[in-house]
Design a protein around this ligand. Structure first.
Ligand code: MGD
Ligand code: MGD
Ligand code: MO
Length: 673
């Protein structure tokens, strides 16, 4: 199977989200074993004496003492909120939970957020608003095959979620149809029966336009709307303004294609509407997802097996990472930090006074941009993210990180962010430690350590325990995943994401347990919303939303749209995959995907180095021609550092509800370099 002495990575045949029969892993999975043996793997703590001194190896005690002393000094001089924490959706549930507790109990700071704010936040906000609950898929992934029609907005699963594609294949073999909404004719769009090639940032108008047609063509499920929802009449009023010709003008999608899409959805016995980052990573992301949910509700889909609305999660623990308190506004169990009952419950589990729990803190982009500013945080502890490459307007973020008094990074590779830190802590990686993750179905899975970690390396839980001790934090900070999971169960009890009935033993015996699972005798909940939604009155909410367009539109100086995303061979900021030979060979170079017609107008030839400039900064990458992209749009993957860093260009404009930055559209100009 794989690569990397001593460890093989094999698909779990028994977990359908990984592929089910036959099993499938994506290319990143197949080569992940190599990561365990990368040449510059961190195995010893590093520290610099001064900001301008080099990083040098030190003992764990020296590193941890320095961090604790720095935190104390900064908090005494500037207040508790002057120390901030940044987490990641790749962390296990145990680590995400412990990080949230560490911030609130050991540091007593409100300022903790995580990279899931860049990832899942718009889908989460819209699902919470509509359904009272945010679970990626409301049904097991195997239900996908039962859908007669699937509409996927802004997801390139053929490259980003290869294991998911087998479910699409099974669906197609059953005669099911696929509609893909994407400004590019991606590998996923090429599989589709219908490709709606939208202008970036106009999905909201498209979804409203589809609903308009669904109403005029009589596909609305009146009985369902009466019985299970609220708000349709207000939505209908807004939808009146989205007649097909107007929507074609906004979105670039021809009216006949919209009509076909609506028929495919409306005539299907079972249909699923799914969104991913292409539709979500916008300053209008929450409302855009809401528009797709409105459409799903009007067609009567959510709460029926084989039908519904869902969003595809991203990172290793994209679902669980958003449930247990590493979000600025959240406590474990998907509780709100401003809810007095939630504070009371969690404070009791943590052995502290609810009055000592901080309130909500700054969201990820706002937090990063406040670092080192007057009144902003002066220290940052970072676990599981590489924002120098992955944050919007990354040039500014890099300057903010450099303005800190203390930057601490826990990682297993010297990422672009880690090399700027004052203290770098060498962490164990996934294969070397045990913990739970929750997949997009809401199924909690146990991942056991597969091999011993190198000497000198500690787990994030051990690091947090050692720091909590040095900071004389109240309560316990266990270093053992099983102990932390038991505490998480208690803290989540009674919350929306209730894990109290889930144990490691059950997860193993039952091949994962679906939350909510409020008792050890409760079977777990593979399908949510069958009888009621998680709102106070049990009804789903339709919410009227209007098209606003991108926060930054094209103009004479910046006449081209830039959108960003992923390629098959690389993962995220590339901190891991740029260190794997096989993946570098598969996708060695950063590039700008450009239509030959647009390139011709700009005097750019295939293979030229192109300077791409936005209001934030400039990047340089090689032109790669493609007729699969719109003529008004270029695409850059965001996996590379250096001059081709796409996030030097992106717009940090935020969605007002989710605080999601607008990664998926900004205005640029291009020149041959
Ligand atoms: N190979 C690989 N796989 C990954 C990852 C990775 O880095 N590499 N990352 C993981 C993570 S964390 C995530 S979140 C997922 C993301 O998974 P996806 O959401 O599938 O990934 P993206 O490539 O970011 O965006 C998907 C598509 O959105 C399109 N798009 C751009 N702008 C718009 C728009 O305005 N509207 C619409 N409808 N579409 C638009 C892009 O052209 C792109 O094809 O992937 C996960 N899987
Ligand atoms: N332009 C643009 N930018 C984007 C996006 C986009 O589509 N376009 N997508 C956004 C999205 S969806 C996401 S999810 C973010 C992701 O971007 P990042 O948050 O930067 O995610 P990664 O590159 O996975 O970085 C994770 C880092 O943590 C380390 N790490 C992994 N696991 C662990 C662990 O268990 N413990 C510790 N201590 N370290 C660990 C890895 O080695 C790596 O250095 O990027 C966002 N940025
Ligand atoms: Mo993500």
């Amino acid at each position: 199977m794989l690569v990397g002495p001593g460890t093989t990575v094999a698909p779990r045949e028994d977990i359908p989200a990984n592929g089910g029969d036959g099993g499938a892993l994506c290319q990143k999975g197949w080569t992940a074993g190599e990561l365990l043996d990368i040449p510059d793997r961190l195995t010893v703590p590093l520290m610099r004496a001064r900001r301008d001194a080099p990083l040098e190896p030190v003992s764990w005690d020296a590193a941890l003492d320095r961090i604790a002393a720095g935190i104390r000094r900064i908090q005494e001089a500037h207040g508790r909120e002057a120390v901030a924490v940044f987490g990641g959706g790749g962390l296990t549930n145990e680590k995400a939970y412990q990080l949230g507790k560490f911030a609130r109990v050991a540091l007593r700071t409100p300022n903790i957020d995580y990279n899931g704010r860049f990832c899942m936040s718009s889908a989460a906000a819209a699902q919470n608003r509509a359904f009272g609950l945010d679970r990626g898929l409301p049904v097991p992934i195997t239900d996908i095959a039962a859908a007669d029609t699937i509409l996927l907005a802004g997801g390139n699963v053929a490259e980003t979620m290869p294991p998911f594609v087998r479910h699409l294949t099974a669906q197609r073999e059953r005669g099911g149809r696929l509609i893909v909404v994407d400004p590019r004719e991606t590998a996923t769009a090429r599989r589709a029966d219908l490709h709606l090639q939208v202008t970036p940032g106009t999905d909201l108008a498209l979804a409203n336009g589809l609903l308009h047609l669904a109403i005029t063509e009589g596909f609305i499920d009146k009985a369902y709307l009466d019985e299970r929802t609220a708000g349709f009449e207000d939505v209908r009023t807004v939808i009146n303004g989205y007649w097909p010709e107007r929507v074609e003008r906004i979105t670039g999608v021809p009216v006949p294609a919209m009509r076909t899409a609506v028929r495919m959805l409306g005539e299907a016995a079972n249909a699923l509407i799914l969104t991913a980052r292409g539709a979500e990573q916008h300053a209008t992301g929450t409302d855009t997802v809401t528009a797709f949910i409105n459409l799903a509700l009007a067609l009567g889909l959510p709460g029926r097996p084989g039908s519904g609305f869902g969003c595809l999660t991203g990172q290793g623990n994209g679902q669980g990472g958003r449930e247990h308190g590493q979000k600025a506004d959240q406590l474990p169990g998907y509780r709100r930090i401003d809810d007095p009952a939630a504070r009371e419950h969690v404070a009791r589990v943590w052995g502290i006074d609810p009055g000592d729990l901080p309130g909500p803190g700054l969201s990820a982009t706002e937090l990063l941009n406040a670092l080192g500013t007057p009144g902003g945080p002066r220290a940052l502890l970072l676990f599981g993210s590489n924002p120098v490459v992955s944050a919007p307007d990354a040039g500014r973020v890099q300057a903010r990180l450099d303005a800190l008094d203390l930057l601490v990074v826990s990682d297993f590779v010297p990422s672009e962010t880690a090399v700027r830190a004052d203290v770098v802590l060498p962490a164990a990686q996934w294969a070397e430690e045990t913990g739970t993750i929750t997949n997009l179905e809401g199924r909690v899975l146990l991942r056991r350590a597969a091999r011993p970690r190198p000497p000198g390396v500690r787990t994030d839980l051990e690091i947090l325990a050692a720091l909590a001790e040095r900071l004389a934090a109240p309560g316990r900070f266990g270093a053992e995943p099983a102990e932390v999971f038991d505490e998480l169960r208690a803290a989540s009890a009674g919350g929306l994401a209730d894990y109290s009935g889930i144990t490691y033993e059950r997860i193993v015996a039952e091949t994962g347990v679906f939350w909510p699972c409020p008792g050890e005798d409760h079977p777990g909940t593979p399908r949510v919303f069958l009888d009621r939604f998680a709102t106070p009155d049990g009804r789903a909410r339709l919410v009227p939303v209007d098209h606003r367009g991108p926060a930054e539109d094209v103009c004479a100086d910046y006449p081209v749209y830039l959108t960003t995303g992923r390629v098959l061979a690389h993962y995220q900021s590339g901190a891991q995959t740029r260190r794997v030979r096989a993946l570098v060979d598969a996708a060695p170079e950063p590039y700008v995907e450009i239509h030959p017609d647009l390139a011709g107008r700009l005097g750019i030839e295939e293979g030229d180095d192109v300077r791409v400039t936005s209001r934030r900064g400039g990047a340089v990458a090689m032109a790669r021609f493609s007729t699969a992209i719109r003529r008004d749009t270029v695409f850059m993957p965001f996996h590379w550092a250096g001059p081709a860093r796409a996030n030097l260009l992106t717009n940090p404009a935020l969605d007002p509800t989710s605080r999601m930055p607008e990664f998926k559209v900004c205005a640029v100009r291009l020149e041959k370099k």
